[in-house]
Design a protein around this ligand. Structure first.
Ligand code: PMP
Length: 349
């Protein structure tokens, strides 16, 4: 089987790191304080496997009951548990878009589950009609990755409604940067699982913390999988960090706004250089230029100390996915791209 290839996490050299969609902003003060607190001296004790306090805070913030909340070691863990819980080789295959988060295909293969992989439309939008009445579970990242394009809540509701006997998992890893969450729909549909993460909008990729919302029945199934594999899968420091992050939600909301503004600014600058960008609602830009190939630009930027993410699938190999960093980082990116293209033009004269 083919394992997932994570984005590069270089240790040998310092890059402007725009390749794995992390937040350019540090965790909030309360998170740093919580991790440095007496909690460290309690590391001899196991953490709370039920994660009661964190679930309570999430339930309050998002207006749901604790029984509708699941937390785990990053949203990858929740995706993994969902494939384990809801898919099987005989009756429950899984349907997802061809261009999307690479892990969906890996989990399907790992669990021997048939993957029904649907192409995107020419403009990279998800074709909603493909997901109506499937006889399969559905997994869709919204906004999608690496395109950043989002479906509307109405479109998602259509999919959820059309598959009452199957689970529809909406992966909202990037929803906080400008798309609309379908969370309110969990009150209406018991087959919808909404998966979120602290890794992007809450500056905690290194802490590994994901959460999900769904009907009591779906959440109970996920708990059963967690308690059948690794009940202590969120460590003490991550738990207190997550709790503190919820207490300081305003800080993260402001950061998301800043990222969205920087995204628009950078896209405009890229367009001035002749780039074409998808309509991203995420904390990354998906861009291509007819002046330079996708891989060539990725390699040239790397040489210049800037890491972006390039995918070799033929339909997207001319693009690069560029995480939105600080304004200063994006100015450095634009300067670098501009001189790379100039140099290439000079070579061609
Ligand atoms: N879903 C999507 C669409 C992602 O891009 C990522 C990040 N690679 C994840 C889920 C997993 O994020 P994490 O495990 O850090 O929560």
């Amino acid at each position: 089987m083919e394992a997932y290839t994570p984005g590069e996490q270089p240790t040998e050299r310092k890059y402007i790191k725009l390749n794995t969609n992390e937040s350019p902003y540090p965790p909030s003060d309360g998170v740093i304080k919580a991790v440095n607190s007496t909690e460290v001296s309690l590391l001899n004790l196991y953490p709370d496997p039920v994660c009661k306090k964190l679930k309570n805070k999430l339930a309050k913030l998002y207006g749901v009951n604790e029984e509708n909340v699941f937390v785990s070691n990053g949203s990858d863990d929740i995706l993994n548990f969902s494939f384990m819980a809801f898919c099987n080789a005989d009756t429950h295959p899984v349907k997802f878009p061809e261009i999307s988060y690479g892990f969906y295909k890996v989990y399907a293969e790992l669990y021997g589950v048939k993957a029904m992989i649907m192409p995107l439309n020419k403009d990279f939008t998800v074709n909603v009609e493909d997901y109506l009445g499937n006889n399969a579970n559905v997994v869709i990242a919204n906004p999608n990755a690496p395109t950043g394009i989002a479906l509307t809540v109405e479109e998602i509701e259509k999919i959820v409604k059309a598959n009452p006997d199957y689970v529809v998992l909406i992966d909202e890893a990037y929803v906080d940067f400008g798309a609309e969450s379908c969370l309110p729909l969990i009150k209406k549909y018991d087959n919808l699982l909404v998966v979120r993460t602290f890794s992007k909008s809450r500056s905690m990729a290194g802490a590994r913390l994901g959460f999900a919302f769904g009907s009591e029945e779906l959440i109970r199934d996920l708990e059963k999988i967690k308690f059948s594999t690794n009940p202590y899968n969120i460590n003490r420091l991550t738990l207190v960090a997550g709790e503190a992050a919820i207490d300081e939600d305003g800080y993260y909301t402001e950061n998301c706004k800043a990222v969205a503004n920087t995204r628009e600014y950078t896209q405009n600058e890229l367009k001035k250089l002749g780039f074409e960008c998808t309509e991203s609602k995420a904390n990354f830009i998906f861009a291509k230029s007819d002046k330079i190939g996708g891989e060539e630009l990725y390699l040239a930027l790397k040489e210049n100390g800037i890491l972006v993410r390039h995918f070799s699938a033929p339909s997207i190999c001319e693009y690069n996915r560029i995480t939105v960093g600080t304004k200063e980082e994006m100015d450095a990116l634009i300067t670098a791209i501009s001189s790379i293209i100039k140099e290439k033009n000079n070579e061609n004269i």
